[in-house]
Design a protein around this ligand. Structure first.
Ligand code: ZN
Length: 180
């Protein structure tokens, strides 16, 4: 079932999600619903806060390009209780966007590589080395679980320029939807 998205201005996006102690049917259903919601909105990642649930889970689905330039699609994956280890010293600036902040994107510097540790739906803990956009996506989703949005990481003049746009987005999406 596709779930309603929570938008910029919604207090649930500012809350810290709680660890998942046990993978119940409810958690499995939430993961399935979140994948459906992410795909319906053409997103590459979605954290539980974004559908109003405060549990440490995100889903992601990303195409990747191989050395021959061929693009492969990957099955959507579920990441439970994710933790980032070993962020690289090297970082890179790329444009970032978020399903909870429609119509906006902004440049943000983040580490180039990370190791992500998480648990899958079968309860297996695994580690994955990630690079570039994938690493960036995972950092973005884990930020959500900690109540942080990518725009919070944009500082100074660039952030000031975003303010009026953020106010508009809050009014257009969050206030409109929460009145229903
Ligand atoms: Zn986001």
């Amino acid at each position: 079932m596709k779930l309603p998205l929570r938008y910029y201005g919604d207090p649930v996006l500012r809350k810290i999600a709680q660890p998942i102690e046990e993978i119940t049917d409810e958690i499995r259903q939430l993961a399935t619903d979140m994948i459906e919601t992410m795909e319906a909105n053409k997103g590459i990642g979605l954290a539980a806060n974004q559908v109003g649930r405060l549990v440490r889970l995100f889903v992601s689905s990303m195409d990747y390009e191989d050395e021959e330039g061929e693009v492969h699609s990957q099955e959507p994956e579920v990441y439970i209780n994710p933790v980032i280890t070993k962020p690289s010293g090297a970082s890179i600036e790329r444009t970032e966007a978020c399903l909870s902040i429609p119509e906006l994107s902004g440049p943000l510097t983040r580490p180039l590589t990370i190791t992500l540790e998480a648990t899958d739906l079968e309860g297996n803990r695994f580690a994955k080395e990630c690079y570039g956009y994938e690493a960036r996506c995972f950092m973005h989703e884990i930020d959500h679980l900690n109540g942080t949005l990518y725009v919070d990481r944009i500082k100074g003049k660039r952030r000031k320029e975003l303010e009026p746009l953020l106010r508009k987005i809050k009014k257009k999406y969050y206030k409109t939807n929460s009145r229903k």
